[in-house]
Design a protein around this ligand. Structure first.
Ligand code: BG6
Length: 314
């Protein structure tokens, strides 16, 4: 790849009529980001392998959110009050941010912004600026940085929760382990959100899982044994972690999701749920999720020493 420059290209998709940005990093990785939802729908590593899941039945027609990739959930995750499920940010049309993050560490990035609309003021009566920077590092890591600012002119604070609802592509869900969540408390959405404590040394998948792990460490690892690939997720100001797989029954009930697709996806995403953020006018919050994909192997409960070395270097 020597000599190739990074590029950011704006493309109008013929099939959907939607605008997206294609970011190509000089070392070979790439990302696609739609203005619709500010949503990343593709992340390929330096070898061109896709790391994210998007359903083959995903609707790219507003107002439905795109099923897969990385959904921006704001001003809430879940289904509370008058707001729509997982908030409105994932199914609104964003714009290019003309005053982007000054301290970017990558020359391959795009900055987007979402502001309130007249329609949204009816259910969430606040002025805000939600900024998202999507960046690729030379190693192919995908870095999402969000900034939210209260722009209310009436002196009122607002409160919100937030999540990067991240759909990873996995080869076989029954061969996947999520590590870093052991001994943590979580809210189990399948049991009326009761608070439970993780008993296993890793989260494994044999049926539907729909949880929010609370106050998780800053690094969470998802090991895809079959694919010999590990996703390392690092996060800042996002203490909680969403873990979701719909399994067979719910998969069949979702119109924009294939009946068998639960086998090849897993949502693990950084979030801020348990302790919502409150911002007074003029205040700004910033959160970040950084994901890397590294080759790995896993056998007899022991991580491959090569992989451990790689992860220590990260
Ligand atoms: C998870 C929720 O975060 O998202 C699940 O906890 C929900 O209950 C899932 O089914 C998908 O939500 P949606 O709105 O994208 O279908």
């Amino acid at each position: 790849m020597a000599g190739r420059a990074s590029s950011v290209e704006r493309v109008k998709e013929r099939a959907t009529g939607l605008d997206k940005f294609v970011l190509s990093e000089a070392h070979g990785s790439s990302v696609e980001v739609y203005l619709y939802g500010g949503q990343v729908t593709s992340w390929k590593n330096n070898s061109g392998e896709q790391q994210l899941f998007v359903s083959r039945k995903a609707s790219f027609k507003p107002p439905k959110a795109i099923r897969g990739g990385i959904q921006i959930c704001f001003p809430q995750l879940g289904n509370h009050g008058f707001l729509e499920q997982h908030g409105f940010a994932r199914n609104r049309l964003w714009s290019v941010d003309e005053s982007p993050l000054p301290d970017t560490t990558s020359d391959c990035h795009i900055d987007l912004i979402l502001k309130q609309s007249e329609e949204d003021l009816k259910t969430w009566p606040h002025s805000y600026e939600l900024r998202l920077q999507v960046a690729l590092s030379p190693r192919g890591d995908l870095i999402l940085t969000s900034r939210i600012k209260n722009k209310n002119a009436d002196g009122k604070p607002f409160q919100f929760t937030f999540a990067y609802h991240t759909y990873f592509s996995v080869s076989d869900i029954s061969e996947v382990r999520v590590e870093g969540l052991d001994t943590l408390d979580y809210h189990d959405n399948l049991q009326s959100k009761i608070r439970c404590t993780e008993q296993g040394d890793a989260v494994v998948f044999e049926s539907e899982v729909d949880r929010i792990y609370l106050s998780a460490p800053s690094k969470i690892v998802t090991i895809d044994h079959e694919k010999k690939r590990t996703f390392v997720l690092r996060k800042r100001e996002l203490p909680d972690v969403v873990v979701w797989n719909p399994w067979d029954r719910k998969a069949k009930a979702m119109p924009d999701f294939g009946a068998e697709e639960y086998k090849c996806m897993l949502c693990v995403g950084a979030a801020r749920i348990e302790k919502p953020i409150t911002l007074r006018p003029g205040e700004e919050w910033q959160g970040r999720q950084e994901i890397s994909s590294v080759p790995s192997s896993y056998s007899s409960g022991l991580l491959d020493p090569e992989m451990i070395k790689q992860m220590q270097r990260m």
